[in-house]
Design a protein around this ligand. Structure first.
Ligand code: UT7
Length: 333
């Protein structure tokens, strides 16, 4: 039962310093800047190179910045949910590690695994703790160190991915604001097109799996591309219809950043002009669970209370969905 409205009240992102450019990639695999820009639209991606650092370190940086910005002590946070597919370890959860690194002594925490839709799945889950009145302050962080599962000898996947983390704070907000609605869906039969072959209980790590390079993202790009466009567009149109939001009413489409052609095709199907679409793919690549909050972070100074946003993602699983948000604050107030 919904007693309160849950809304995003702060957002913060963090990206590593190292920029892996298309020029450098062209020295590693048989590719060119021209091919990558034409087929994907990524110019460079950030890579976490520091020895001993992992997804939780990026997540903790994003969360520390988030709390500082909002003027909240880590001890005040009730719950932290981390969306990731590149956990530091199989267990404990990366959320537990982030909570410790960011000093959240009173929060419980857990991970959500929904690949590129992970942030949406985590945001919807988190909002319910606020809506029921159970919690007052919930942090959702999308964090992925995709470089740890990217095969830099495979030209069909290595240009796609980057490392980043971005976090939002959820708190009770005014009625009719915040997270208004969500449509989240999965189809596990999509596994054949996008997965990591080994390292789990099905194929535990062995010399054989390492030699066969099975600990990296495996993707049938074209199959994923087609479904991504139709599912992201369909679910975004559906949530707008359901909530009586017209194309003109919509202020921002915030799509998962996987491929410029996917983003453009989704926006075209929805009839949304490019200037209303958040795109930072060319700078960061596909950072999986971090793409959507990373966009919100970059666009935050331009977001106004009352703005209508549709967040939309598609990813491994298959997983996909849309969340409709009425933005709940002006940053400068
Ligand atoms: O975020 C999770 C969901 N994932 C996605 O949304 C990704 C969806 N898929 C895609 O974005 C695209 O399918 C890719 C970017 C992965 C690939 O683009 P594509 O236009 O589907 O290319 P393709 O796989 O059909 O390959 C076309 C050609 C092939 O050569 P031939 O067989 O035509 O001679 C590839 O070998 O392009 C070649 N190719 C490359 N050439 C230069 C593939 N990768 C490269 C490369 N550089 N990096």
């Amino acid at each position: 039962m919904k007693k309160y409205s849950a809304g995003i009240t702060a957002v913060h992102g963090w990206v590593p310093e190292y920029r892996l450019t298309n020029e450098e990639l062209s020295t590693m695999v048989d590719t060119t800047d021209e091919w990558i820009m034409q087929r994907i639209g990524i110019k460079e991606r950030r890579i976490l190179k520091e020895e001993g650092k992992a997804t939780s370190d990026m997540g903790a940086e994003a969360v520390r910045g988030l709390l500082e910005k909002r003027g909240i002590k880590p001890e005040e946070v009730d719950l932290l949910i981390c969306a990731t597919i590149t956990a530091d370890m199989h267990f404990p959860s990366t959320a537990n590690l982030i909570s410790d690194k960011a000093g959240m002594k009173n929060a419980w925490s857990f991970d959500i695994s929904a690949a590129c839709s992970g942030f949406l799945f985590a945001l919807q889950t988190a909002s319910q703790f606020i809506e029921t009145g159970r919690h007052q302050k919930v942090v959702v962080v999308g964090a992925d160190m995709m470089s740890s599962i990217t095969d830099y000898t495979d030209r069909t996947t290595c240009p796609l991915f980057g490392d980043a983390a971005a976090a939002v704070l959820l708190e009770p907000v005014g009625e009719g604001e915040g997270i208004i609605d969500s449509i989240l869906e999965v189809d596990g039969s999509g596994v054949k097109h996008l997965h990591m072959k080994a390292g789990g209980s099905l194929r535990p790590p062995s010399h054989e799996t390492v030699d066969a390079r099975e600990h990296f993202v495996f993707q049938e790009g074209q199959a994923v591309f087609k479904v991504a466009v139709s599912k992201m567009a369909d679910v975004s149109i559906e949530i707008m219809k359901k909530n009586k939001v017209s194309r003109n009413d919509l202020n921002w489409l915030v799509p998962h950043q996987a491929n410029m052609r996917i983003i453009e095709a989704v926006a075209r199907r929805m009839g949304i002009p490019r200037e209303k679409v958040m795109i930072n793919l060319e700078k960061y690549g596909n950072t999986t669970a971090a793409t959507i909050p990373l966009c919100l972070w970059e666009w935050e100074p331009r977001l106004r209370k009352g703005d209508k946003l549709v967040l939309s993602a598609f990813g491994g699983g298959f997983t996909w969905g849309s969340i409709y948000i009425i933005w709940a604050y002006d940053r400068d107030k």
